[in-house]
Design a binder for this molecule. Structure first.
Ligand code: 5GP
Length: 140
């Protein structure tokens, strides 16, 4: 499948649609998942176009992983999460629904218990409050 430059994450990078941002640098962006699988579920993307892990330049993947590590540490601290899952899907069959490379950072509070993937929208005010906690943990 050809990369769609109008996918939702590409539009966030261009500032065409809003997201609840927790971190941004020249190469990457991290923001709250609107259908979080647990409280604090954050997504990290490289800014460059790339459908998945295979279609993105290694340097951009490396930048995204650096940000993922940093954000995952902050999420763990902000929510005192005993566990954190990092996932990344390639292709519809694997569960990918947005075709711009992204890493999920999902805090886990009870073994094996998190909400279904991309199903229930969170209250925007709750997402904003969670993002504030992560931003504070990133700064500290
Ligand atoms: P995938 O299924 O491709 O691995 O993950 C896509 C993720 O993007 C899902 O977890 C879904 O909840 C999230 N998502 C879908 N649309 C939006 C949106 O408009 N804004 C945000 N912040 N997340 C979204």
């Amino acid at each position: 499948m050809a990369y769609d430059p109008n996918n939702i994450f590409a539009r966030m990078v261009r500032g065409e649609i809003p997201c609840v941002k927790v971190f941004e640098d020249a190469e990457t962006l991290a923001f709250m998942d609107i259908m979080p699988q647990s409280d604090g579920h954050t997504l990290v993307i490289p800014k460059v176009a790339g459908e998945n892990l295979f279609e993105t330049a290694p340097e951009s993947v490396a930048a995204a992983i650096r940000t993922t590590q940093r954000v995952a540490r902050a999420v763990q601290r902000a929510f005192s999460a005993p566990g954190v899952v990092v996932t990344q899907f390639n292709g519809q069959t694997a569960g990918q629904t947005v075709f711009h490379l992204h890493f999920h950072v999902i805090p886990v509070y009870t073994a094996g218990a998190w909400r279904p993937h991309a199903r229930d929208k969170a209250d925007p005010l709750v997402l904003e409050a969670h993002a504030a906690r992560i931003r504070a943990a990133l700064g500290g």
